[in-house]
Design a protein around this ligand. Structure first.
Ligand SMILES: *[C@@H]1O[C@H](CO)[C@@H](O)[C@H](O)[C@H]1NC(C)=O
Length: 362
């Protein structure tokens, strides 16, 4: 007896789907929730979301590795992000050795970082901008703020024999690092991440040459500020603290500024606790910083997803978070920009503030 073709096909598809499902779900299902969290620093629902998203995007396999499901590739990579090294037991389970890891991590990091625009988005619509601004204002009293800007350093190793590279990677704090540019909101969501430069790059140069920097300084986002540290130059859209406060108004402004900037440091610290790879990104060469850039972006993507899934933070350790290199002080500051900051201070901070909302956990 012959079945109609459509029935056969439907049955066949059913089998294929079941097979695919069992292949896809098997890797993660072998672990209980606690083991998943300690391997990946993410919760099961969050991991399932990441795995689902990646399954559709991960095409091809890394060269010279045994055939692996998309989930297995994601596992290897997320485990490396969480700990900065690959867990030997996980590799054994997947039939891999440490030599397979770089190609897998590079492929998956590239794929996750391609989703940066989707999961790390800067407020563009008027409603989104005013929401960010009113949340910032509720915390520190400074109005019209679209985000907090910083250029954090991430340690890398550089071969001392690589004489040319070695010097340029030294950050102001005396270790070799790369520096990236991040903007976050007052809830610790990352709104923008771009650039990955050698550690000696001054923050202001990063900003001036970044895409967001150019857009914002060209007034593309309207009359908003970004809160930034003293390594940046006060401008029409960059709000830095007053260098030598001379009265109570300026002191109050600097306190408000420090309070909201604290959220950036807390966010970076939380990012580095969850993704310990960011504490040491491994060997770097100036000619191939793309790999490091992909990992930084991928961790920012996952940070925002983890926040959406309310994944608990990791306990506070001693992760060092430092600002980038300051400008040399000889850069010209626009008088109008200084006047605008003074007007803001006089308008908002001339009287002691009322009760402000207490700082939120990020
Ligand atoms: C505080 O000092 C600045 C700069 O000297 C000045 O412009 C401002 O008016 C002063 N504010 C008050 C309340 O005295």
């Amino acid at each position: 007896m012959a079945f109609p073709l459509t029935v056969l096909l439907a049955a066949y598809e059913d089998v294929i789907e079941k097979e695919l499902e069992s292949e896809f779900s098997s890797c993660f299902d072998e672990y209980d929730d606690d083991s998943l969290f300690s391997l990946f620093h993410l919760s099961r629902p969050c991991l399932m979301f990441v795995a689902d998203t990646m399954r559709a995007r991960l095409r091809g396999a890394p060269p010279n590795t045994p055939h692996l499901s998309a989930d297995a590739l994601v596992m290897v990579t997320l485990n490396y992000y969480a700990h900065g090294i690959s867990s030997a037991s996980l590799l054994t389970k997947l039939g891999l050795t440490h030599t397979h890891c770089p190609a897998i991590i590079s492929l998956v990091s590239g794929t996750i970082s391609e989703m940066t625009d989707k999961f790390v988005s800067f407020p563009e619509k008027e409603g989104a901008k005013s929401t960010v601004a009113s949340n910032v204002e509720a915390i520190c009293g400074i109005p019209n703020v679209l985000g907090i800007l910083a250029s954090p350093h991430f340690r890398v190793r550089v071969s001392p024999y690589d004489k040319e590279d070695y010097g340029t990677f030294f950050s102001p704090l005396g270790y070799t690092a790369v520096v990236s540019q991040i903007i976050c909101d007052s809830d610790g969501n990352i709104l923008n991440v771009e650039k990955c430069e050698v550690g000696s790059t001054p923050e202001q140069d990063m900003w001036a040459s970044s895409t967001k920097g150019k857009e914002i300084e060209k007034d593309m986002y309207g009359p908003y500020w970004l809160i930034a540290g003293k390594g940046y130059v006060q401008s029409k859209h960059i709000l830095t603290p007053v260098p030598d406060p001379s009265n109570e108004s300026e002191n109050r402004f600097n306190e408000a500024h420090a309070k909201i900037q604290g959220i950036m440091w807390a966010t970076l610290s939380s990012l580095m606790r969850r993704f310990k790879v960011l504490l040491q990104l491994g060997f770097a060469k100036e000619s191939s910083l793309d790999q490091k850039s992909n990992i930084i972006k991928a961790c920012c993507v996952l940070h925002n997803i983890a926040k959406k899934f309310s994944v608990p933070s990791l306990p506070v350790g001693s992760e060092p978070v430092y600002p980038g290199k300051q400008h040399s002080g000889t850069l010209e500051v626009n008088d109008e920009a200084l006047t605008a900051r003074q007007a803001l201070i006089n308008r908002v901070f001339s009287a002691p503030s009322n009760e402000l909302r207490t700082e939120q956990e990020v």
